[in-house]
Design a protein around this ligand. Structure first.
Ligand code: SAM
Length: 257
């Protein structure tokens, strides 16, 4: 991602793109009368088996840095051992950009969410190798985690980079970024907090922009933005660039009460 990749409220129309729709899991959810509580109902089959070195790092670090989704509200300050702005990345994948962004923003407590165990194991490896102290990892459905573990007004920023676009019309109900999800994120943000989304799929970009703009608790970004607006290149973004897809970035701010 270019270093000036400041999120835009209304990007120019993106180029046609094939998208990044082959990842581990996607929740059901949708617009209008669709359920407000999307769940992971359809997963592309991927093995959750770790290779031995990754199993070793998992065994060393998961009990310290990782938790499974649960009904227990998250006390982030207690888990990180400090008070700091809380940024939540949904769908971190293998976490290469997560690690880079945590290193670039040492003053932020960064929670990375995904369902894909081998990806999370890779992130644990990056954390260990680089001595990163400001990442914690939650494994499970992001929707459930936001509903059950993150309190209203407790989050400074959300990042959702290259969510599965589910390009076929019959699969649109599986998309993560519905109006219901934008509302859920907005309720978890403190006033002045922000949502930063990126996608390389042109039709999903329009869907995302409409869904975010429809959320009454969200509006244009106000400054200071609670997290870095520079998006370091993610694994999926790298692939999008190689096949010539253009990237759309969006940002919204939580309106004052
Ligand atoms: C296309 S990948 C993008 C990964 C990463 N952000 C990147 O840009 O390289 C989407 C990721 O979202 C995760 N994901 C999809 N639905 C999810 C959900 N409901 N809860 C948590 N993670 C989810 C997938 O497992 C996958 O790792």
């Amino acid at each position: 991602m270019p270093s000036d990749s400041r999120p835009q409220q209304s990007p120019s129309t993106p180029e046609p793109a094939t998208g990044s729709g082959d990842s581990a899991a996607s929740p059901a959810g949708g617009q209008g009368d669709a359920p407000a509580h999307p769940r992971i109902t359809s997963c592309r089959t991927r093995t959750g088996v770790l290779k031995p070195t990754r199993q070793d790092v998992w065994d060393r670090q998961w009990g310290i840095l990782g938790r499974d989704a649960s009904d227990a509200p998250l006390d982030a300050s207690e888990w990180f051992g400090r008070e700091a702005p809380l940024v939540v990345e949904i769908g971190c994948g293998t976490g290469t950009a997560t690690a880079d962004m945590a290193l670039a923003e040492p003053g932020i407590n960064l929670v990375a969410i995904d369902v894909y165990k081998p990806g999370l194991a890779k992130l644990l490896q990056l954390i260990e190798d680089n001595g990163i102290s400001n990442i914690r990892v939650l494994r499970g459905d992001a929707v459930s985690i936001l509903e059950d573990m993150l309190g209203p007004g407790s989050v400074d920023g959300f990042r959702v980079f290259f969510p599965d676009p589910w390009p076929k019309k019959r699969h649109h109900k599986r998309r993560l970024l519905t109006t219901a999800m934008f509302h859920l994120m907005a309720t978890r943000l403190r006033p002045g907090g922000g949502v930063h989304v990126a996608t390389d799929h042109s039709e999903y970009a329009e869907f995302i922009e409409e869904s975010g703009n429809a959320e009454p608790l969200l509006g244009p970004v106000t400054w200071p933005w609670p997290m870095s607006s520079v998006r370091l290149e993610t694994k999926f973004e790298g692939r999008a660039a190689r096949i010539g897809n253009s990237i759309s970035d969006f940002a919204w701010g939580k309106l004052p009460r």
